[in-house]
Write a protein that binds this ligand. Structure first.
Ligand SMILES: Nc1ncnc2c1ncn2[C@@H]1O[C@H](COP(=O)(O)OP(=O)(O)OP(=O)(O)O)[C@@H](O)[C@H]1O
Length: 286
């Protein structure tokens, strides 16, 4: 429910484009939504719809030929698109953190994990930083944090390394955590554990979470509200329970049919002829 106060995080009319010879191709068109403190908002859509472009735009990490064209991105009323690069650098990793899809590529293979974790902390003595890292590693459910600090990324399983990445993202207690397909690269058996951990950490720290996924089934467990994106545009946006029970846009219905985890029958509101079409489409692509 929208309060009268400004939300924790707000995107308004955000558009981004890719420069191509003779013009531009829109990758995000007029994207708007907000996230309250302690709330999870999921952005869902198929590959190529612009989810990662959105995450990188929020962090101002888009590189040419990609660029933000217009709009506004506010964290606690601060306009991120107007900050200097130095100010924005300070926001990243402290006020807004991100957990990426592939934990293996997020760490330097030749540096012990402990050194990479402590590097994220700006204040405090070496000893205090180490203590903070050990505390966070145990909070994310890793056994033997001392040993973990001296380990290298290639020595850990994907699931364990994803937990280290989550610990790293949370070290500075960010106000907003962006999770960009955090379980896609992992075994099905460890996915549920990582989702549970993210939810638990979010509750513990009271932060807002933007959860990016191609899978409506995964986000149905986690999100308070869902933003459905297609070809860079928001086609539907609403509370999870309502959106899953009564999707209004045909594309949302299509994603529902494609969501294996959800395993629910199609909502009654989908007319019979459309059900047949959607089910046939789902079967023909699997
Ligand atoms: N650096 C780039 N150069 C050219 N095109 C790009 C670049 N980055 C993204 N795109 C294009 O922008 C569109 C959106 O890509 P984006 O990675 O944001 O989608 P996505 O929804 O995150 O997809 P996925 O789930 O596969 O990561 C795609 O058509 C993609 O090909």
């Amino acid at each position: 429910m929208r309060t009268t106060q400004r939300p924790l995080f707000e995107i308004d009319g955000l558009s981004a484009a890719l420069s191509v010879s003779g013009g531009e191709r829109r990758l995000l068109s007029n994207v708007s939504f907000h996230i309250e403190q302690g709330e999870t908002v999921a952005v869902v859509g198929e590959s190529g719809c612009g989810k990662s472009t959105l995450a990188l735009s929020i962090l101002r990490l888009l590189e040419p030929p990609l660029r933000i064209v217009s709009g506004s991105v506010r964290l606690e009323s601060r306009e991120l698109l107007e900050l200097s690069e130095k100010e924005m650098k300070r926001q990243r990793g402290s006020e807004i953190s991100i957990v990426f899809q592939d934990p293996m590529s997020a760490f330097h293979p030749m540096l012990p994990l402990g050194a990479q974790l402590t590097e994220c902390l700006r204040e405090g003595s070496r000893r205090a930083k180490r203590a903070q890292c050990l505390d966070m590693l145990s909070r994310v459910g890793l056994p033997d944090p001392e040993k973990m600090m001296g380990s290298y990324s290639f020595e850990l399983s994907g699931g364990m390394l994803q937990r280290v990445m989550i610990a790293m993202a949370l070290l500075n207690r960010p106000k907003l955590l962006i999770s960009d397909e955090p379980t896609t690269a992992l075994d099905v058996t460890v996915q549920a554990g990582i989702l549970k951990l993210l939810k638990q950490m979010q509750r513990e720290f009271g932060m807002g979470m933007l959860f990016i996924s191609h899978d409506l089934g995964v986000v149905s467990e986690l999100a308070d509200r869902i933003v459905v994106m297609r070809c860079g545009e928001v086609v539907e946006y609403g509370e999870t329970v309502r959106l899953l029970a009564r999707p209004t846009h045909p594309y949302t219905r299509h994603l529902l049919v494609m969501a294996p985890v959800l395993g629910q029958p199609l909502p009654e509101q989908v007319p019979p002829y459309e059900r047949r079409q959607l089910q046939t489409a789902a079967h023909s692509t699997t």
